[in-house]
Design a protein around this ligand. Structure first.
Ligand SMILES: [Zn+2]
Length: 213
């Protein structure tokens, strides 16, 4: 079971406050020492997220290193988000949802076609949103920079015999996750546009993004 941890920070004091509509990308630098919060405004929205060393695309979030370092599969308060070079990118400092996935990956046109039907191939997917976000923030980066991601607010439990299940969400309206940047990072979010998965009730919704000094 997870322990829920609240934050004492007041949104009125934030230096950045933006509501990201469903289906849209967002790329933004978070400086070392700043606190970053993602709020699940309506509940069970998946915020597909990538983090990078702001100055080095090769030094990026690593699900494998993060899982191994903490000896646990789910992300929550206390989790250090590790990079491919063994650096701590950010540390999760508060979490009122209690569990975030880093095993399920991001939706893509190809996986939509395989998981749902071939008619879904044209539909908007997270991997395309990641590329759209990068076009603005880091025009020289591309598809090879899109690797394993975090799915904040998504519940993908592993069964006792090792199965991976996309379960109903454990998040709810207004729940949030908050983290402290341990170095200058680039955050890239695809606020998942998925219309075919019951985990968001087939209804993608906005998330609120806040940063404090
Ligand atoms: Zn998605």
């Amino acid at each position: 079971m997870s322990t829920l941890t609240e934050s004492a920070l007041d949104p009125a004091d934030a230096i950045y406050d933006f509501t990201l509509p469903a289906g849209e990308p967002w790329a933004h630098e978070i400086k070392r020492g700043q606190i970053f919060r993602i709020v699940d405004l309506e509940g069970n929205q998946a915020a597909d997220t990538l983090f990078y060393n702001a100055n080095d695309s090769a030094d990026r979030y690593s699900a494998q290193d993060t899982i191994r370092e903490q000896g646990a599969l789910y992300l929550t308060t206390g989790t250090k988000l590790m990079s491919t070079r063994g650096n701590v990118l950010l540390t999760i400092t508060a979490d009122t949802c209690g569990r975030h996935d880093t095993l399920g990956g991001a939706c893509a046109c190809e996986s939509n076609m395989v998981r749902y039907t071939i008619e879904k191939r044209h539909m908007h997917a997270c991997r395309d949103s990641f590329l759209r976000g990068l076009q603005k923030a880091r025009p020289s980066w591309g598809k090879r920079d899109i690797t394993h991601n975090i799915n904040f607010f998504m519940n993908v439990p592993v069964t006792p015999d090792g199965g991976l299940t996309f379960a109903d969400g454990v998040s709810a309206r207004g729940r949030y996750v908050e983290m402290r940047a341990e170095m200058d990072v680039l955050c890239l979010i695809s606020n998942c546009p998925q219309l075919n998965n019951p985990c968001n009730a087939y209804n993608p919704t906005p998330v609120r993004l806040l940063i404090w000094e």
